[in-house]
Design a protein around this ligand. Sequence first.
Ligand code: BG6
Length: 543
Amino acid sequence: MPTPYRRQSLSRHEQRHRRFSSGYVEQKPRTDDMYQSVGHYTTFTVFGASGDLAKKKTFPALFGLFREGELPEETQILGYARSKYEQDKFREHLRPFFKKGNTSKHPDFEAKVEKFLSMIHYVQGQYDTDEGYQKLDQICQEYEKKHNTTDEPSRIFYLALPPSEFTTVAKQLKKNCYPNKGIFRLVVEKPFGHDLESARELQANLAPLFTEDELYRIDHYLGKEMVKNLLVLRFGNELLAGSWNKNHIKSIQISFKESFGTQGRGGYFDTIGIVRDVMQNHLLQVLTLLTMERPVSFDPEAVRDEKVKVLKAIDAIDHNDVIIGQYTASEDGKEPSYLDDDTVKNKDSKAATYCALGLQIHNERWEGVPIVMRAGKALNESKVEIRIQYKPVAKGMFEAIQRNELVIRIQPDEAIYLKINNKIPGISTKTSLTDLDLTYAVRYSDDFWIPDAYEALIRDVFLGNHSNFVRDDELDVSWSLFTPFLEYIEGPNAPKPELYPYGSKGPKELRQFLSKHGYEFADEGIYEWPVTTTKVVDVAEKL
Ligand code: BG6
C-alpha cells in the first residue's frame, strides 16, 4: 500500500538538533483531517517551464525538497511550455540551478541531481489550444494507471506564467486535465491583478472554474522561515504576547532594502513600481501576521480569518504621509540611474523605486501606534527586517535610559534580538544597551535545514495546507487599501519622486520621517549589532 505524502514527525535535522533542545512539539491543526495531503503518486506540472521563474525558483525548489527526502522519488514532474526542447536539453538547462542547500553534508548530491532530472519530462504545447493539454492529460492518465491511482489521482499544476496567461491556461486545464475525482491543485504566482478592479476580474474568471480550496496563491514571503515564525513568536511567548499592544509599543517598522536596482527588469518594473512589487503583497503580509489577533488554532482558515480582520482595520493611506523616491546614478558613477536602465523606455518615468508610508490600525490593540512600511531598491544594503520599539520606561530612578527594541531580521541571516538595558557587570553602576540575541546561525547548527521560501510553500501545496497562501478576500482587502494610493502616485497629481543616489540609504528625509512616527534612534555609537564591544554610557548614575 503506497504511503501518502507525509513527512516523518521528526526530520533528520530535528533529530540531530534535539540534543540542544528540551524537545519538539508538533503544532498541529485542531482537526487531523484539516490538511488533505496528496497521495504518494502525484503529477506536478510546471507551466512556463522554459521561463526564468521556473528555472530559478520552481524546479530548484522541487529539487530541494527531493534532496531533503521531502518529495517521493516516484513523483512525476512535467515541464510544459511553448518552446521546442529535447528531453535531455531541457534537463540540462535546469541543472545549474540546483543547490546543495545549507546543510553542507550531501555527499550524494550528484546522484540526487541525476535521479531528480530523470523524474522530469518536458511537454511542448500551446497555452490556448486543446492539443497540448490533451497530451498532458494522457501522460497523467498513463502514470495513474501504472500506479493504480485512477480512482484517486493527484495532480498539481503550477503556473510560472505572466498573469495575461492565467485565465486561458486555467480554462484549458479545467476542460482537459481536471480529474473528476482525487486531487487537483492550481498554484498561481503574483501579480494577482494590477489594482482592485483587475484583481476582481481575475478572481471572477477563476472562481467559476475552481473552488478556493483548489487554488494556491503564492506570496513567497509567507514561505520565509522568519515570517512563518511570527505567530509562534508572538503567541507562544507570554512575555511578547502580553506586551504586544499600544500600551507598551511605541512604533513599528517593516523595512525592505535591496542593494541592486532594476537590472534589466525595468520594462516590467516601470509599470509596477515598488509599491505593487513588494509592499501591497510581501510587506503587507508581514504586517498582517505581526498585528492580527490570536487565531483559535493554526487551522488555515482560522489564521486567514484573523488576517482579513486586521487588514480591514487599517486606515486609508494618507497621501501626505509618504516618501516616494527614485534612484539616480551612484556617487562614483559606476552604477546607472533608474532612468538609465536600457529596459526603462519612458525616460520621464516617475516610477517609485523607493517608498515609505505611515499606516494606522484602528482597533483596540493598535490605536495610535505609528507603523512605517518602507521599501527601496538600489540602497546601501540588502536587508528585510521588522523593528518593534517599546515605550520608554518611567524616568525617576534613571536619568536617561534607552528604549527596548525587538528586531526580527527576516533576511539575510535570520535573527531575533531584543535590545535591553543592563548594568555593566562588576563594581560599575553604569548601564549599557545590550541584547538578548537569537541569531539562527549561532543557535541552530549548520545541519539545520531552513527551506527556501518556495520549498516551504510547494511542500505546503503537497500537504494541502493553505495557511501560507493568500485567500481571495485577503487579496480583495489588500487591493482596496492600496489602489487609491496607487492611483494617486500614478495619477496627474503624482508627487515628484525624491532622488537618491544608487547605493545610498535612500531619500534624505527618511530619518525625520521615522522620528515623526515615534522611532527613536539609539544614541550615536551606543549600540551596534552584532555586538563586538560593550560601549558604556554613563546614563544611570543613580542606579
Ligand atoms: C519579488 C519582486 O516579488 O520579490 C522583486 O518582484 C524582489 O523585485 C523580490 O526583488 C524580493 O524577494 P526576496 O525573496 O529576494 O526578498
